[in-house]
Design a binder for this molecule. Structure first.
Ligand SMILES: NC(=O)c1ccc[n+]([C@@H]2O[C@H](COP(=O)([O-])OP(=O)(O)OC[C@H]3O[C@@H](n4cnc5c(N)ncnc54)[C@H](OP(=O)(O)O)[C@@H]3O)[C@@H](O)[C@H]2O)c1
Length: 202
């Protein structure tokens, strides 16, 4: 991101590792602690071997996950959680559709939506149908065979991990009080959402 060139030049967001040393004001962590974090909003640098991180960005790595598994969690899983819970206000029993269910955000979203006891419809391509079903989706739509926005089914919440359909098409598939949450999208869709639809931006 940036007008003429990228503002941030330190690439990499998700990390998992061991605390090497701590500053004098750090209270929650000590050298040797196993942690994981998403550094996207504190300057990045996740691809480096060593990074300096404000302690508020760190969490203890779950003991039952490897460093590799832990490093795959922070940004994608939190994006899915924010989309479903913070923004989507997901409720048990709701009909929830995840468009892009087989990707980084979508695979977490399917599992989290089931955790919130929603009825989950997942949309992905043919090669991923069985994998997404194994994550717990109640229904799986193969987007190469069927366009769900042209069907009669209505959903209380749609999490779109990209701008695969115009907003008007998503709206057709929502119940009157339904919500569409966009986790990523084309500039055209983001512009349209901000200027032409009732929205909350974060
Ligand atoms: N990953 C993150 O940490 C993160 C965080 C914040 C925001 N985002 C944003 O969220 C968006 C998705 O990221 P991601 O990491 O989840 O991407 P990804 O891993 O590449 O997943 C993309 C998903 O979209 C599906 N897809 C592709 N073409 C489609 C179509 N025509 N109709 C419906 N689904 C289609 C893919 O299904 P198949 O593979 O089955 O074709 C896959 O499930 C991006 O805009 C990204 O910038 C990602």
């Amino acid at each position: 991101m940036g007008l003429l060139k990228p503002k941030g030049t330190r690439i990499g967001a998700d990390i998992a590792g061991v605390v090497e040393s701590v500053g004098k004001n750090v209270t929650q962590f000590k050298a040797g602690d196993e942690i994981y974090a998403d550094l996207a909003s504190c300057g990045g640098g996740g691809f480096a071997e060593y990074v300096t991180v404000p302690e508020s960005y760190l969490a203890f790595k779950p003991a039952n996950l490897s460093f590799e598994e832990s490093a795959a969690v922070p940004m994608a899983a939190v994006t899915a959680l924010q989309g479903l819970s913070d923004k989507g206000k997901i409720q048990a029993g709701q009909k929830v559709l995840i468009n892009g269910a087989s990707g980084g955000v979508g695979t977490y979203a399917v599992q989290l939506a089931k955790h919130f006891r929603a009825k989950v419809t997942a949309v992905c391509s043919t090669r991923n149908v069985e994998m997404v079903r194994s994550l717990g989706a109640d229904h799986v739509i193969d987007y190469t065979q069927k366009n769900f926005t042209e069907g009669d089914e209505k959903y209380d919440l749609i999490l779109g991990v990209n701008g695969y359909h115009p907003l008007s098409a998503y709206k057709r598939s929502l119940t009157p009080e339904g919500k569409y949450v966009m986790a990523g999208g084309t500039p055209k869709q983001i512009f349209s959402a901000v200027f032409f639809w009732k929205h909350h931006v974060n």
